[in-house]
Design a protein around this ligand. Structure first.
Ligand SMILES: [Zn+2]
Ligand SMILES: [Zn+2]
Ligand SMILES: [Zn+2]
Length: 175
C-alpha cells in the first residue's frame, strides 16, 4: 500500500497536511504500525473523526450497540451461556447477570453499574458468584423473596402463605 505523501520531519517539526500549520512532531498521532507519524495533526485527526461521526450517527450508534452486545455476550458465555438459567429465555436483550447469593449490594460497591459492568467483569477475569437470568426471572426472584415464581409454578404443592411470598424491594438488574 502506498502511503499518503506528507511533509518531511525537520528539526522535530512537521507541517500538517490538513491545516498546513507547522507543529512539533508530538502533536501528530503515531500510525498503528511502525514508528512513522500520520500526515494530519492530532487536532485535525480528532476533528475528522468527529465530523465522520456527525455525518453517520446511525452507523456509529449501531457500531456501539454491536460492541456492547459482543461484550455482554462474552460475559454471558463466561457465566454458563446466553440463556436464562431459570426459564431458558435466549434473547440477549432480555438477559442480565444475577448475584447467586443475593450479595449484589456488596458486589456492586466495587462493580460499576450499567453496560460497563460487562467490561469490568472481563477485566477482572469474570469473578464467580453470578449467573445468567432474564429480567423477568431476575425481578420475579427478588420480588418473591429470592425464589423465582417459575420455580413455584413447577412445584407439586404451592407453599401457601410461605415466606417466599413476602414482598421485598426488587434488586436493580444490571445493564
Ligand atoms: Zn492540522
Ligand atoms: Zn427467565
Ligand atoms: Zn424464572
Amino acid at each position: 500500500m502506498k502511503g499518503k505523501a506528507q511533509f518531511p520531519i525537520i528539526d522535530g517539526k512537521k507541517i500538517c497536511n490538513k491545516c498546513l500549520v507547522e507543529k512539533p512532531i508530538s502533536e501528530f498521532p503515531k500510525k498503528e504500525r511502525g514508528d512513522s507519524y500520520k500526515a494530519d495533526c492530532k487536532r485535525c485527526s480528532v476533528a475528522r473523526s468527529l465530523a465522520a461521526r456527525a455525518k453517520k450517527p446511525e452507523y456509529y450508534k449501531e457500531r456501539q450497540k454491536q460492541y456492547q452486545k459482543r461484550v455482554k455476550l462474552e460475559a454471558l458465555n463466561a457465566y454458563g451461556g446466553p440463556f436464562c438459567a431459570c426459564c431458558g429465555e435466549s434473547n440477549v436483550f432480555f438477559l442480565t447477570l444475577d448475584h447467586i447469593n443475593n450479595d449484589g449490594a456488596e458486589h456492586r460497591k466495587t462493580m460499576p453499574a450499567g453496560s460497563s459492568t460487562y467490561r469490568w467483569l472481563k477485566n477482572n477475569g469474570y469473578p464467580a458468584g453470578l449467573r445468567v437470568l432474564c429480567y423477568n426471572c431476575n425481578c420475579g426472584r427478588h420480588a418473591n423473596g429470592g425464589v423465582c415464581p417459575h420455580e413455584l409454578e413447577g412445584a407439586t404443592t404451592i407453599p401457601q402463605g410461605s415466606t417466599a411470598k413476602r414482598l421485598e424491594a426488587p434488586g436493580t438488574p444490571m445493564g
